[in-house]
Design a protein around this ligand. Structure first.
Ligand code: ZN
Length: 330
């Protein structure tokens, strides 16, 4: 089978290669995984392979008429609904458009494919509207949904799809891809790979835009100050943070890497640490709190992250989280 230009996710690639080779691509596929882990890249390769006219083992060939139309955004049998705005909801009208698109028979191919990104941002109305298509899809229709986490979707949606779970890549995988494919210098590749938390898309963006890494670094600095702040200051901080959900998502991601480091420090796995700039603080924090506290903070951070993804009111969770963080003030 032709190698697809996807970093990592070997197991998922095997599944999809097999599906292409046997012509058994599921009618409803749900690809889940953290933001920027490579869901969209993988889905686009699958779509290209499904529409390509070359032999199954050669797909996607990249030069047949189908492949060229897809790249230029003009393939009549493919529709993509992705929002550029990270805070916008996926609306019922957008789902109706997908339904209309899939209800008409294919123009040039044997199948018709719709890809919907960020499905965790679908309103309940939009998700319910999609159920009908999921229940009785036309034989030629394929639907690919992307979402950060199946747990925040309606169970009735998840149960009608075949799920492909993408996990964060290893720091090693991200680092070697940055060096070999994107030509990033060794030390910087290592730094970005560690900051990325295994999200290759984030690392590649940070490569092109030096400012991209700054919010993650700032988030850790903010966390460090919070550890020394009193309760009223923390409360004000929480209200501030909860205001911008896109920013909050990045902040929580950075805090998770920090607290995972605290745990690594406490369990003696220092060679896997990410926040190498904060070694001294990690060491003193690792001694000041016990492992149970660290695990509790990690759970709370993950819960807050899920709340943000599900568009739930994150303010209360962030307030609780900040008020319960251990204090290093003497
Ligand atoms: Zn092709």
């Amino acid at each position: 089978m032709k190698e697809w230009p996807v970093v990592g996710h070997r197991w998922a690639l095997q599944q999809l290669h097999h599906a292409i080779a046997t012509g058994e691509v599921p009618h409803a596929l749900l690809i889940t995984g953290p933001e920027s882990v490579g869901k969209h890249t993988l889905a686009r390769q699958l779509v290209a392979a499904m529409l390509c006219r070359a032999d199954p083992g050669e797909r996607p060939c990249g030069h047949c008429l189908s492949c060229r139309k897809l790249v230029s955004g003009n393939h009549p049998d493919y529709m993509e609904v992705v929002s550029g705005d990270r805070t916008a909801h996926l609306r019922i009208e957008q789902i109706r458009e997908v339904e209309r698109f899939l209800s008409l028979t294919p123009n040039e191919s044997s199948c018709k494919i719709a890809l919907i990104g960020d499905f965790e941002r679908a309103t309940t109305g939009a998700a319910n509207a999609l159920l009908k298509t999921l229940e009785e899809p036309p034989a030629y229709a394929h639907l690919i949904l992307l979402a950060t986490d199946a747990e925040v979707l309606l169970p009735t949606i998840v149960s009608r799809t075949q799920q492909l779970v993408l996990r964060p890549l290893s720091t090693q995988e991200v680092e070697s891809a940055l060096t070999s494919t994107w030509g990033v210098e060794g030390e910087r590749a290592g730094h970005l790979a560690r900051l990325s938390g295994g999200r290759i898309g984030w690392a590649v963006r940070a490569t092109a835009d030096p400012e991209a890494a700054t919010p993650m670094e700032t988030a850790v600095e903010v966390l460090v100050s919070i550890l020394y702040e009193d309760l009223p200051s923390r409360f004000a901080r929480a209200q501030d943070l909860a205001r911008d959900s896109a920013m909050l998502a990045e902040t929580l991601e950075a805090w998770l890497t920090f607290w995972r480091d605290v745990l690594l420090q406490q369990t003696g796995n220092v060679e896997a640490l990410v926040n190498l700039e904060q070694l001294e603080l990690l060491a003193s924090l690792g001694k000041a709190v016990d492992v149970t506290t660290t695990l509790r903070v990690l759970t709370e951070l993950e819960e807050a992250q899920e709340a943000v993804l599900a568009n739930a009111n994150a303010q209360l969770l962030v307030e609780n989280l900040l008020l319960e963080l251990p204090s290093l003030a003497s």
